[in-house]
Design a protein around this ligand. Structure first.
Ligand code: PHE
Ligand code: ZN
Length: 871
């Protein structure tokens, strides 16, 4: 909690550390109620600065010794959350003892307890809650860690690196770990508990054996197989695609129930939110399996992009996160359908990231200031950061990109570097000038590209006029033109791609079919275009921009059926649907025969990947629709979308029924791409069928009670909640709870289905669930399943006319502000969008923000978001 207004940290103020910590020895004594942390640091001066700043937060300092001499309070100064030693020399040994209280740590940063175990979370600035230390990523040290705890209750004691020794004395277990790779404190980890382990092995490309271990609470041992499998595939993939080999003899994963984020890449000891690692067919959906595959890969890939080469400071966060998301997306694309993965990622970007760009927290991929770094683990840093790396990939090509990443890893191994050094490596390896491209890291906001096309039949010429601008964002105006890769196709009337030959060859990369759009306005022309083509722009979502181009309805239907680029095929369908929903809102929606024919072709296309068919037939989400408009009315959007959904369901109900019956085959559940694809289309068909027809609800009822896997059971439950009558929905929910109440991860899904539902997710129902035995304010997953699902998915209730939804969210934020500021601040996001809502809603949202502000004693996390939102 703060007293004065917290100060912003500026990138421009960066200074190299005065001292390095060459070696860090830690000893943890875990006692009931408190923990003692002894540290022994070897300090080495960097330049001529003689002052050492050690960060520390909520610590009780018991003793401090410099070169063996006990210091008194007169020998150092204490500042806010820091301890400063001055007048130091070239090298010293510093020893300290601090007392901390993991039992009382509800913020889940530093050392804390989750259930019966201890664990740590140190990124970004959690290590300072363990001991005084230069807690900044450019201070890299070799860590040796001793842990002492009750041998009976904490038989498993883990830290980074390799185990060195282990003994039991007087009922206490002592273990020592040594990590030979130097690392910043944010990658430190410790775990203690009564855990079960499942082991496996991996042989690296150079023939080294690596022991793979997953540690879980005993009841979860049967949920570890898939993560191990995903881990082995990730290790192989990183060798093959990036030439990166693992560098320790052991790699460990631990699952914990109370965790603020998804997972953490601590060196050799990844710690996972149990929802992102545990799965078996009965309890986890296909979506959960895919998330686990992606996150296991993501954390593993950080071993190179993040750990071996780390960030100089937190303004460089996207250096590791953007790149690593790009890498895990490549992995998921290779393991599953690349097009479907692209659709999912683009959807995420266009809904969540574009909304962030349009709100008060808009920031560049490389921000230049922050109040609380935890607030900057955002979709902009992660997902837009990944898109920017993806554009480099498009511009340089597969081979050029690999040359650049090889050079980057080789040049900076063991260093803490900046985003600029990443781009520099790409430049040097490819002999290109990326000066203009760097603007993608510095400029915030979503660029808009306006497109005009003109076709001259007599001259057989196509002209393409492109204009770009990036709207102002808080603190940033007058943006410069960006280097935008436009992947382009011209489709002839036979549905085939025509040859693309621009008259400006310097701006065209033949291999990737990319047009380099680099000025505020640029005109490209194409000769030898014998017929008027349909212009397919930004194929594969080649740049994270908003496109203003009015395709005709018939061109969209044509693309939906013929575009060779799967992404644009899907996108054409989405644009058609957006148009229908707009018409519905104006009371003028009716299907044309052409629409129906186009949909028929899609649903009956048995050649196409069923996962792709499912996406082609799914309506854009309410938040996606909202994000496509400058101002929106969520209730009106909901009604219009429901109307179109009903029409689609009615019109194609026989097809959906047939589709469901064709795909509803029995057989053992397997989390493999083909089966997941089939289930996704089957369950989409079921939901439309149930929307249209009582017979479909009956099928859902049957599937619900006979399913042998969570994908089918959950899909049926969702369908019953959405399209069954109230009694059917309630009965299914009650049965589900009785069946699964012992499994907390399944109960979370049960909460989400209700809280995110446009039928059940009313503020009154949410308040009831907050009192339910299954709910727990201290567990972030529970909070997300109830309040997060409500505010982000049940939009028509969250934005209900009486403002009760906003009030509920503000109450939750105020309540969590003290106990878990990170979660409180993240939950706030939907309220920060107030300027985009219709006036009534907008006013009510703003007053709830004001109410939080007036609450006083706000954490830095919440203060930053609320104060920026009210500006
Ligand atoms: N660095 C973690 C990741 O991969 C995210 C994280 C950040 C986890 C902060 C915990 C705390 O992506
Ligand atoms: Zn990450």
């Amino acid at each position: 909690m703060r007293d004065a207004q917290p100060k912003a940290i500026q990138l421009a103020d960066y200074r190299a550390p005065a001292y390095e910590v060459t070696d860090t020895h830690l000893r943890f004594e875990l006692h009931d109620g408190y923990t003692l942390v002894h540290s022994n640091l070897s300090l080495k001066q960097n330049g001529d600065e003689t002052e050492l700043l050690l960060n520390g937060q909520d610590l009780e300092l018991i003793s401090i010794k410099l070169d063996g001499k006990l210091l008194s309070e007169a020998d150092y100064t204490t500042a806010e959350e820091a301890l400063i030693l001055s007048g130091l020399g070239a090298s010293h040994t510093l020893e300290m003892t601090t007392r901390i209280y993991p039992e009382k740590n509800t913020a889940l940063e530093g050392l804390y307890r989750s259930g019966g175990m201890y664990c740590t979370q140190c990124e970004a600035e959690g290590f300072r809650r363990i001991t005084y230390y230069p807690d900044r990523p450019d201070v890299m040290s070799v860590f040796t860690t001793e842990i002492i705890a009750d041998a009976a209750r904490y038989p498993v004691l883990l830290s980074n690196g390799n185990p060195v020794s282990e003994k039991i004395e007087d009922g206490k277990k002592h273990v020592v770990w040594h990590d030979p790779h130097k690392k910043p404190a944010y990658l430190f980890a410790l775990v203690a508990g009564d855990l079960q382990v499942r082991d496996d092995h991996f042989t690296t490309c150079s023939g080294r054996e690596v022991l793979l271990r997953i540690f879980v609470e005993p009841q979860n041992v049967d949920k570890t197989e898939y993560a191990l499998d995903a881990l082995k595939r990730s290790m192989r993939w990183d060798e093959e695609v990036y030439g990166r080999e693992y560098d320790l003899d052991i790699f460990m994963i631990v699952a914990v129930d109370d965790f603020n984020m998804g997972a953490m890449e601590n060196k050799g000891l990844n710690i996972f939110n149990s929802s992102c690692v545990l799965a078996n067919p009965a309890t986890a959906t296909d979506a959960a399996y895919q998330r686990i595959e992606a996150i296991v890969a993501h954390e593993y890939f950080h071993n190179w992009s993040g750990n071996r080469v780390t960030c100089r400071d937190w303004f460089q966060l996207s250096l590791k996160e953007g790149f690593t998301v790009f890498r895990d997306a490549g992995f998921s694309a290779d393991m599953n359908s690349a097009t479907v993965k692209r659709i999912e990622d683009a959807t995420m970007l266009r809904t969540v990231q574009f909304a962030e760009d349009g709100g008060p927290m808009a920031h560049p991929v490389q921000p230049d200031s922050y109040i609380e770094i935890s607030n900057f683990y955002t979709v902009t840093i992660y997902e837009k950061g990944a898109e920017v790396v993806g554009m480099l990939h498009k511009i340089l090509g597969e081979e050029g990109f690999r040359k650049g990443s090889d050079l980057y890893f080789e040049r900076h191994d063991g260093q803490a570097v900046t985003i600029n050094e990443f781009v520099q490596a790409m430049e040097d390896a490819n002999d290109v000038d990326l000066t203009q491209f760097r603007l993608w890291y510095k400029q915030s906001g979503t660029p808009v590209v306006e497109v005009l096309t003109q076709y001259d039949h007599a001259a057989e010429r196509l002209t393409l006029n492109l204009r770009q601008y990036t709207p102002d964002t808080p603190g940033q105006t007058d943006k410069k033109p960006l280097w935008i890769p436009v992947q382009l196709g011209l489709i002839g009337h036979d549905g085939e791609d025509m040859e693309v030959r621009p008259d400006q060859p310097d701006f065209w990369t033949e291999d990737s079919q990319v047009l380099h759009f680099r000025e505020a306005e640029q005109t490209f022309s194409f000769g030898g275009v014998v017929e008027e083509p349909v212009v397919s722009l930004f194929r594969d979502f080649s740049a994270p921009v908003r496109i203003h181009y009015q395709h005709s309805q018939s061109a969209l239907r044509f693309m939906l059926q013929h575009d060779s680029d799967g992404f644009n095929r899907w996108d054409a369908g989405q644009q058609l649907m957006l148009h229908w929903i707009e018409l519905a809102e104006k009371g003028r929606f009716k299907f044309t025969q052409d629409d129906i024919d186009a949909l028929h072709t899609v649903i009956n296309d048995v050649e196409l990947d069923p996962a792709m068919v499912a996406y082609l037939l799914a309506l854009p989400s309410e938040s996606y629709i909202a994000e496509s408009r400058p101002q929106y009315d969520p209730v009106a959007i909901h009604k219009a979308r429901e109307q179109v959904m009903a029409a689609l369901a009615d019109t194609l109900s026989d097809d959906f029924k047939a589709c469901y019956q064709r795909l509803n085959v029995s057989g053992d559940y397997q989390p493999v791409p083909e089966d997941m694809a089939r289930r996704s289309l089957k369950n989409l068909a079921l939901s439309y069928w149930a929307k249209a027809d009582a017979e479909g609800v009956e099928a859902a009822r049957l599937q619900f009670s006979s399913a042998d896997n969570m994908t089918d059971q959950m899909a049926a439950l969702r369908t019953l909640v959405a399209h069954g009558n109230q009694a059917e929905a309630e009965q299914a929910l009650a049965e589900f709870y009785t069946q699964w109440q012992q499994d907390s991860l399944v109960v979370n899904q049960w909460l989400t289905v209700q809280c995110g539902s446009s039928k059940l997710g009313t503020p009154a129902h949410i308040r009831q669930l907050l009192e339910h035995e299954a709910f727990d304010w201290r567990n972030p997953n529970k909070v997300r399943s109830v309040i997060g699902a409500f505010a982000n998915q049940a939009l028509c209730h969250f934005h209900g006319a009486d403002g009760e939804g906003y009030k509920l969210l503000a109450d939750a934020v105020t309540r969590l502000n003290e106990s878990n500021p990170q979660i409180a601040s993240r939950l706030l996001t939907p309220l920060t969008r107030w300027k985009r809502l219709v006036p009534n809603q907008s006013q009510m949202m703003k007053s709830e923000l004001q109410r939080i502000m007036d609450h006083g004693s706000l954490s830095k996390d919440v203060y930053e978001v609320v104060s920026k939102s009210l500006m």
